[in-house]
Write a protein that binds this ligand. Structure first.
Ligand code: PEP
Ligand code: MG
Length: 647
């Protein structure tokens, strides 16, 4: 029994429609094939269906053999011709969506960006647009010099007083206190104060004098051979900026004062600025830059904050808007929403709250495959502060601890002892579940003080991740030593980012052995850990069978894997459409990795953002993945999804 038709599914048979089609097919006992041109696939396999790449307006044939073939063909052809009928299963199988998009009012949205963190939010706009200091060098007359010197002195004093006040603040983290204390030292440094005075005495205005003095000292620091001292250049510039703002009577924008329920508007915001902001008070985020897998998006998702990124220069329009409503499912942004939009948002937000209440029943649920294998639903986190959110969500360990934030937080590279304490605290918090720590993945879109990065035309194809670490044993060895020491707790595993050759694993192992021998000679406690690799480059996929012989596990990093397979920069909104993990090329890469890992008998997990997508989870489980690590906000829904898929 077979019938042909023209596909009327708007997005083609990708993601959600593919899942719905497959679920429909599975409801029948007969064998079902879907045929496009001369290719035929089993219509009960989501992966195969996605790989067939069926698009809207293409002709396909549904062929069924077995008892209920006629009903199957009729139902499936009905779906292909009229996908919107019988959508009652969308809720349980659809793309992750805490709330349905506000489709009917979408045309009222004046702006659209990348839907980077799902959910709806509405609230007062809070602009984070740090002022740009763009002072032209001005000459002052001799009789104006004393007054300008007094202004300069006053500005230095104001900044020092502000820094003192910050140091006294209650609840300041030790690492933040260290940063502020170091900046305060610089702000009272004679070299800086005298340098600026001399410029003013020579007839320069105070702002230009401060810029001149700080940039002179900063470039001295930058030219030194020592990475720790190079980092002082940034500190110098940061202090200079504060003094200039004081002279101009301006304040830097401070996220500490963001009112409860605000929508944060920024052209760009660094991961570190955002991570230490009072996130509980931020209802939504809109940024000119960034994409779905940028670190702002990842932090937003980790905290369940809806976000629309990559708005481009349009974000400037929002500076004068009072109230903003954003739809993180579709990327729509509404300026000063009218009554209709407001009430639609209010009811959808209430619905979302009820949904998440219902999902909380899955917090302690342990999902298993039909054969009894536990599927670990773990958390992606980047700091100890995120442990609580992960535990509250019911995380079964940590599948990705991004160590970059530890490094970004410090003016200097974090010491081995500090790292050891951090990894130990993490291991203790999640024991007996495993904690997978990723070694430093700096480069690409992330830089830190203490490591000088070359100017690269293509930083994402450049000196990042394991490449940088192997070139800098002075950075890598303290981290490996700290991990070996923390591993004495028993539940630490370690994985390497951006691997593209087996030699990188060999070289890392040699360093680990060297560190272990040193620790032994020093009489310190340590234990060897399971070493795994992230599969993020096409090269790693293609040599996955070789890598599988050398490591204890794979963790598929779909964020980078997608950008590298698709040759589409993950931060570039212009090519955001191509950055599609459901593209057949990416799905094939994932399947090849899973097959190599399963055949070698090692654990295959995933820690890219795709791991939390309910429309893809069933396919990942079928491929043999046994660990999925995601933003804490996605954990409960993923547990439910695995349960539904394995029933
Ligand atoms: C990834 O690339 O999928 C990943 C998890 O790493 P990051 O997003 O930190 O690059
Ligand atoms: Mg990555």
């Amino acid at each position: 029994m077979e019938r042909s038709t023209i596909v009327r599914v708007h997005e083609g048979l990708h993601a959600r429609p593919a899942t719905r089609f497959v679920n429909l097919a599975k409801g029948f006992e007969c064998d079902v094939e879907l045929i496009k041109a001369d290719r035929s696939i089993n219509a009960k396999s989501s992966v195969k269906l996605m790989l067939l790449g069926v698009k809207e307006n293409e002709e396909v044939t549904v062929r069924a053999t077995g008892a209920d073939a006629a009903e199957a063909v009729e139902a499936l052809i009905g779906f292909l011709e009229n996908p919107l009928s019988g959508t009652s299963d969308i809720k349980s199988t659809g793309k992750p969506s805490k709330v349905a998009p506000v489709a009917t009012i979408a045309d009222k949205s004046e702006l659209r960006g990348v839907a980077a963190s799902e959910g709806l939010a509405m609230g007062p706009a809070f602009g984070f647009f740090p002022p740009v200091i763009d002072q032209k060098n001005q000459t002052i007359t001799a009789d104006a010099i004393p007054a300008e010197l007094a202004r300069l002195e006053q500005a230095f004093a104001t900044v020092q007083t502000r820094m003192d006040a910050s140091l006294q603040a209650v609840g300041l983290a030790i690492s933040d206190r260290g940063i502020i204390a170091a900046l305060k030292d610089i702000a009272s440094d004679d070299d800086l104060v005298d340098g600026a005075r001399k410029f003013v005495e020579g007839g320069m205005d105070a702002v230009s004098a401060v810029i001149g003095a700080t940039s002179r000292i900063a470039s001295d620091f930058a030219s030194l051979d020592d990475p720790y001292l190079n980092a002082r250049a940034d500190d110098m510039n940061a202090v200079g900026r504060q003094i200039c703002l004081a002279l101009l009577g301006q304040n830097d924008v401070d996220l500490d004062g963001i009112p409860q329920g605000s929508i944060l508007i920024a052209d760009d915001i660094g991961a570190w600025d955002l991570a230490r902001a009072p996130l509980k008070r931020i209802a939504g985020i809109v940024c000119g830059r960034g994409g779905a897998t940028s670190h702002v998006a990842i932090i937003a998702r980790a905290h369940g904050i809806p976000a629309v990124l990559g708005l481009g220069p349009d974000v400037q329009q929002l500076k004068t808007i009072n109230t903003i409503a954003i739809d993180g499912n579709t990327g729509h942004v509404f300026k000063n929403p009218d009554h209709e939009i407001t009430s639609s948002f209010q009811s959808k937000i209430a619905e979302a709250a009820a949904d998440s209440q219902a999902l909380s029943a899955f917090k302690d649920f342990i999902p298993r495959r039909a054969d009894g294998t536990i599927i670990e639903i773990a958390a992606n986190i980047g700091s100890l502060e995120e442990i609580e959110a992960a535990q509250e969500a019911g995380a079964m360990g940590v599948g990705l601890f991004r160590t970059e934030l530890l490094f970004m937080r410090h003016i200097h590279l974090p010491s081995e002892d500090f790292q050891t304490e951090t990894y130990m605290a993490l291991a203790t918090a999640f024991a007996p579940y495993p904690v997978i720590v990723r070694t430093l993945d700096i480069g690409g879109d992330k830089a830190i003080s203490g490591i000088e990065f070359p100017d690269e035309d293509n930083p994402f194809l450049g000196w990042r991740g394991i490449r940088m670490c192997l070139d800098r044993p002075d950075v890598f060895k303290p981290q490996l030593r700290a991990l070996l020491r923390a591993s004495a707790k028993g539940n630490i595993k370690v994985m390497l980012p951006m691997v593209s050759s087996v030699e990188e694993v060999f070289a890392t192992r040699a360093l680990i052995d060297e560190c272990a021998s040193e620790l032994k000679a020093e009489g310190r406690d340590y234990a060897l850990f399971d070493l795994g690799v992230m599969i993020e480059t096409p090269a790693a996929v293609l040599i996955a069978p070789m890598l599988a012989r050398e490591v204890a596990f794979f963790s598929i990093g779909t964020n980078d894997l997608t950008q590298y397979v698709m040759a589409a920069d993950r931060l570039n909104p212009t090519v955001a459409k191509l950055n599609d993990v459901t593209h057949p090329a990416v799905i094939t890469a994932i399947e090849m990795t899973a097959t190599a890992g399963v055949q070698a008998g090692i654990m295959v997990g995933m820690c890219g953002e795709a791991a939390g997508r309910p429309d893809l989870i069933p396919a990942f489980i079928r491929m043999g993945l046994t660990e999925l690590s995601m933003s804490p906000a996605s954990i409960q829904r993923a547990k439910k999804c695995v349960r539904d898929a394995c029933q």
